[in-house]
Design a protein around this ligand. Structure first.
Ligand code: SF4
Length: 429
């Protein structure tokens, strides 16, 4: 398999060996925080190794087109998360208007009663409401664009426990903020980026009426643009910085895995993965990689090194070319030069719901069509990924079938190795 990540970020960046003179003794192990776009993704994130998850309710989080959680689902999510001894945070990070205030007050009170561990806030009015009405821990969202220690201190003194820093910061700036501010710091380590300051952008609203700051972004920065002169309707002139087109607005995806040792040594409390709109396959794969890498670092910091299978897994989920963004302060371009489309991921085919060790068969809940004779691989929550061919298939009534075309149908197949419950079956690329 080709490992595109190294190409994307440069071979120097792909070295994970920290400078031993730079090691902070007893550096605390950061939390791994994953997106939970719906209950199934929440389960995947936690089962594959996240310490905490963040979600949006039906209102007031910045993902209006995500599945998001109803109030009943929030109770279910809190119970599931806490039963595993992990944490769950609610995104309430819209920029509120006057008409939102009463409903926000009700929602924040509900969240406290439901038992969420913290709320993510960017708006000063929502922060004031949360402080006045609840004892919820407050995390300042990246939407608040904290880029300096004065701002971090300001929010900390206002009662925020944690600050999610803007993505547009270097390692040195993060360390400086850490040195001046006692609040917990959280940074994004993986996922899509905006060309505007962490989403404070008017592009989508201006072009389509759908406001990114109300959770309705149409990702207009990814579109391919042409120039039209007002009297020449239907004539589209190319817009190009060079022969490949225009790319200033089309950001690569962030991946700080190659900088993980440095990220940990910066002393941040939480490493966040972006992607409440992404698939179960993405959440499970990315969480598993960062879990393994963080644990490997703390098992032996001085001999920590990159593993090819981590990079290969990050290359299998849907993504644009990766960049280490602003973290290294190296000024390398973060835009994509040739396409606005993400790389296709391995098709996600199903979730292992049961494994019978006597018959060496697994029961798969279908998520994408698969057929007898197909080559598949199993991504397991803990064990190694393995590949095999589907030799035969039976439906829930035990009848032999040749294909599984129906969503969520249960299919039993023979497996060549014991397979963990909640493993993801996907096409072998
Ligand atoms: S249009 Fe692009 S830059 Fe603007 S908020 Fe949406 S994703 Fe971010």
């Amino acid at each position: 398999m080709s490992i595109n990540i190294a190409d994307s970020i440069g071979n120097d960046d792909a070295e994970l060996i920290p400078n031993s003179s730079f090691l902070i003794p007893n550096c605390p192990k950061p939390e791994l925080l994953a997106p939970a776009g719906n209950f199934e993704k929440l389960q995947a994130a936690l089962i594959y190794g996240a310490d905490a998850v963040y979600f949006g309710g039906k209102d007031f989080s910045l993902r209006a087109f995500g599945d998001n959680f109803t109030r009943d689902e929030i109770f279910q999510a809190v119970d599931f998360t806490h039963a595993l001894g992990k944490k769950i945070y609610a995104a309430v990070n819209i920029f509120a208007h006057n008409a939102d205030i009463d409903a926000l007050a009700d929602y924040l009170t509900f969240l406290e009663g439901a038992g969420v561990d913290a709320v993510l806030i960017s708006d000063a009015g929502v922060l004031a409401l949360a402080k006045e009405l609840t004892a919820l821990d407050i995390h300042i969202s990246t939407q608040a664009n904290v880029t300096n220690w004065r701002a971090a201190k300001f929010f900390h003194e206002l009662g925020a426990k944690r600050i999610v820093l803007a993505r547009e910061l270097t390692r040195a700036e993060i360390s400086d903020i850490k040195a001046h501010c006692a609040a917990e710091l959280e940074i994004f380590v993986h996922g899509a980026m905006c060309i505007s300051y962490s989403g404070r952008c008017w592009l989508s609203k201006f072009l389509t009426g759908r406001d990114a700051n109300q959770g309705a972004c149409t990702h207009s920065c990814r579109w391919k643009y042409r120039l039209v002169e007002e009297t020449r309707e239907g004539e589209f002139f190319p817009v190009g910085e060079d022969t490949r087109g225009a790319y200033v607005m089309n950001s690569k995806d962030l991946c700080l895995l190659p900088k993980l040792a440095d990220v940990i040594q910066s002393g941040v409390a939480s490493l966040k993965i972006e992607g409440r709109m992404k698939s179960v396959n993405y959440v499970a794969g990315v969480v598993k990689v960062y879990r393994a890498a963080i644990d490997a670092y703390f098992a032996d910091p001085e001999n920590f090194s990159m593993r090819d299978d981590w990079l290969a897994e990050l290359d299998k989920v849907a993504h644009r070319p990766y960049t280490t963004g602003f973290f290294a302060g190296d000024g390398l371009p973060t835009e994509i030069y040739d396409t606005s489309k993400p790389k296709r991921s391995a098709n996600f085919l199903g979730i292992v719901r049961n494994f019978d060790g006597e018959t060496m068969t697994a029961t798969i809940e279908q998520r994408g069509k698969f057929e007898r004779g197909g080559r598949v691989e199993f991504l397991q929550p803990h064990g190694d990924t393995f590949t095999q061919t589907i030799d035969f298939m039976r439906d829930a009534n035990g009848l032999e079938i040749s294909a599984a075309p129906h969503a969520q149908q249960l299919v039993t197949i023979p497996v060549t190795k014991p397979v963990e419950i909640w493993s993801l079956m996907r096409e072998a690329l």
